[in-house]
Design a protein around this ligand. Structure first.
Ligand code: SF4
Length: 447
């Protein structure tokens, strides 16, 4: 049965507490920083999408120059604090640390990054100076990682930025789409406030493109427009019975979880989660942590092809989630309109596709799973409707851009709405790239 209020207040608190706690003492951070070999041509930096100078910021921590360390991080990634909590570091910086080659624990880069950046946010250190206003104005649509990152670079260069955000809070995916035990709403709010505290950035909330504002209007009022609207709707399964009560989108599930009291959120006894990306893992683990008795993840390929990282998969396993490999949803069965069974096809792996990835093939053998809730996390589709009126959609349904510029003069785009949905850190880099293109377009030197 789908119901709320399954646990005690203390259990909710424990289940949704910080999954990666910070260093307990300054000494602990110093000891970890001093383990770093400060490699020349550091592989950790090369594998960071925003190219943070990792040996430099760790060296600064080791000499107790925390302000300098935070500056080094924020210079490359203004959301460095949030990224230290949500980045899949095992496949990025920490996964490339040379200690892995020696079969030793890699440097805890994310924890050190968190140590420096959280202090900067807590102490409200203003580490960047905004240049004199150039008189140029930019409109950014979306206050998520790409929009905020772009805004910060532009503001530093003296552009007056107005961000139009459809939600009532900033942060985008960070605030609305990530597991609650990774980042708290308070942290997300503090991070947005820290970014905008440089000045020259105004966020107008509850303003949706295509509803409250139009691109034509923004083009008239601003010198440039940057679209950072993220990805939108969850991909449908296109199977019979999908509209039964109890079948929900993972994005909506996580959104509700991030916006409400945990005890008010209803979850089933037996939950099936379709997909195995980060959103699927977040939905599965949170359903379990809300009190679901049984959570089963359905994935149509094998573990070798999984889109999530080993660490994410381990979290799901540790939380007690089951995983059925080589299975795909075929039909949702319901009683009185309420879901009670998921019929799945057993799959096998076929020939590799153009990307070299082996495609799943239906074996025509099925099995049933008794469930009372199904969470769909099979990917997202872009906000096609919002942008279709400006003719910058390519055949795959993504915004078509070249060097961050669209085919409309003065209109730029970046982040998930262009790449179809990647990590937060990729969106931050996209925002920097967008700002760099905008500055060139405006004839302003980017320093
Ligand atoms: Fe330090 Fe590891 Fe990066 Fe080398 S690869 S600089 S040891 S964090």
């Amino acid at each position: 049965m789908i119901k709320n209020n399954r646990l005690t207040k203390e259990q909710y608190q424990q289940n949704f507490s910080d999954i990666h706690p910070p260093f307990e003492t300054q000494d602990a951070a110093l000891v970890e920083a001093n383990r770093c070999l400060f490699c020349y041509d550091a592989p950790c930096t090369k594998s960071c999408p925003t190219s943070i100078n990792i040996p430099k910021f760790i060296k600064q921590i080791s000499t107790d120059n925390i302000k300098g360390s935070a500056h080094t991080i924020f210079q490359s990634n203004i959301m460095g604090a949030g990224c230290s909590k949500v980045c899949p570091v095992e496949k990025l910086c920490e996964g490339s640390c040379v200690f892995n080659l020696m079969h030793e624990t890699p440097i805890h880069i994310a924890k050190l990054q968190r140590y420096a950046t959280e202090k900067a946010i807590d102490q409200k250190w203003q580490l960047f100076e905004r240049k004199k206003s150039t008189g140029k104005k930019a409109a950014i649509v979306g206050a998520g990682p790409a929009g905020l990152s772009c805004a910060h670079v532009l503001s530093r260069e003296g552009i007056d930025v107005t961000i139009y955000e459809k939600e009532s809070k900033g942060g985008g995916l960070m605030t609305y789409g990530i597991a609650a035990y990774k980042v708290t709403p308070k942290f997300c709010e503090d991070e947005v406030n820290y970014i905008t505290s440089i000045g020259g950035i105004e966020i107008k909330y509850d303003q949706e493109l295509g509803k409250n504002i139009s691109l034509v209007e923004l083009q008239k009022r601003y010198d440039v427009v940057y679209l950072a609207i993220g990805v939108g709707l969850a991909r449908q399964l296109d199977i019979p019975g999908e509209d039964a009560t109890g079948v929900i989108d993972a994005i909506k599930f996580i959104y509700e979880l991030r916006n409400n009291d945990f005890s008010s959120l209803a979850v089933g006894d037996r939950v099936a989660v379709i997909g195995l990306g980060m959103t699927a893992i977040d939905a599965a683990t949170q359903a379990k942590r809300l009190g679901a008795k049984e959570v089963t993840i359905i994935y149509r390929r094998t573990e070798a092809e999984k889109p999530c990282t080993d660490v994410e998969l381990d979290i799901a396993k540790l939380d007690g989630c089951n995983i059925i490999w080589l299975a795909a949803p075929k039909e949702v069965k319901s009683i009185n309109g309420k879901v009670n069974q998921l019929v799945c096809s057993r799959m096998k792996l076929g020939e590799p596709d153009a990307s070299g990835r082996r495609s799943p093939v239906d074996t025509n053998d099925t099995f049933e799973l008794d469930v009372d809730m199904i969470i769909k996390a099979a990917g997202q589709t872009p906000f096609e409707k919002l942008v279709s009126d400006i003719s910058i959609i390519n055949t795959k349904g993504k915004i078509e851009i070249r060097n961050c510029a669209s085919n409309i003069k003065g209109v730029f785009a970046g982040g998930d709405c262009v790449n179809g949905g990647k990590e937060v850190v990729d969106a931050v880099q996209a925002g920097k790239d967008g700002a760099s293109s905008i500055l060139s377009y405006l004839g302003i030197k980017n320093e």
